[in-house]
Design a protein around this ligand. Structure first.
Ligand SMILES: [Zn+2]
Ligand SMILES: [Zn+2]
Length: 263
């Protein structure tokens, strides 16, 4: 009884908002994360996904998305080895060693506005419902990794100070509570204020982030980490972070993002 009164008081004082349209959720809508009309437009990533990056691949015959297939082809011709699909394993990393990545939602419709507000309009309160939704979709996958650390993609310190928070870290913290894997936010630093990746092609994205991440604290040891970010597009950011982590710790690296962009 007391708990119910407390819950109602909390709800009245801090009414939940729909991350999709920012409207206050009605009591009937509240157990869900999005309002009824946004729920119709949100695309949770379920079903067949790319083995490596987690993009939905419903209509493809391959077990990889087009991007990862191209990447794998390039790597294979470099090494003159073509790995047959049947032999694909978690050791077959296409890029700088991210074994597998997954994401909860397609970056489209209300998720685009949700991510914008989460990032730029101070709506850090979205982190909890987004983490709950992510775990309801990918909880078993996240637990199966048996990771010993979650590492959010760091922001450049001055930029984070201006914004007041790093959305990847806020999301990682909520995710950590749900899957009981600790967050390490101080292991990695962003060495310079890189240009936004948006609008850059793959090559320039890579140049833009080259050596942009550095290990700050190397007294810790990790065997398996999950890099966490808000949006996955081409994987350049995740791959740069992964390269730094692998070089320092020789650990296995996975990634998890709130959203994945599909073309
Ligand atoms: Zn809504
Ligand atoms: Zn892929």
């Amino acid at each position: 009884m007391k708990k119910r009164i407390k819950d109602t008081a909390v709800r009245l004082l801090f009414p939940a908002r729909c991350p999709g349209c920012d409207s206050l959720l009605s009591v009937a809508e509240e157990p869900g994360i999005f309002c009824e009309s946004c729920r119709k437009e949100i695309i949770p990533i379920k079903g067949r996904v790319c083995f490596h990056c987690g993009k939905p691949i419903e209509s493809r015959l391959s077990d990889l998305c087009r991007d990862c297939e191209m990447q794998e082809g390039a790597n294979a011709s470099e090494k003159s080895v073509i790995k047959p699909v049947a032999c694909r394993s978690q050791d077959a990393a296409p890029c700088n060693g991210v074994l597998q990545g997954r994401g909860a939602f397609v970056y489209t419709g209300p998720m685009k506005t949700a991510m914008y507000r989460f990032k730029y309009s101070g709506r850090r309160c979205y982190a909890r419902p987004l983490a709950r939704a992510a775990v309801s979709l990918y909880g078993p996958w996240l637990s199966s990794l048996k990771a010993d650390a979650i590492i959010p993609v760091p922001m450049f310190k001055e930029k984070e100070r201006d914004r007041g928070y790093n959305q990847a870290e806020v999301f990682a913290t909520e995710l950590s509570k749900l899957i009981s894997v600790p967050v390490f936010s101080d292991v990695l630093t962003r060495t310079r204020n890189t240009r936004p990746q948006k609008g850059l092609d793959r090559e320039n994205r890579r140049k833009n982030l080259k050596k942009a991440f550095k290990i700050k604290e190397s007294s810790v040891k990790f065997e398996c980490v999950i890099i966490v970010d808000d949006i996955y597009t081409t994987g350049t950011t995740i791959n740069e972070v992964s390269a730094a982590l692998k070089e320092a710790f020789g650990c296995r690296v996975f990634s998890f993002c709130v959203c994945i962009g599909v073309d």
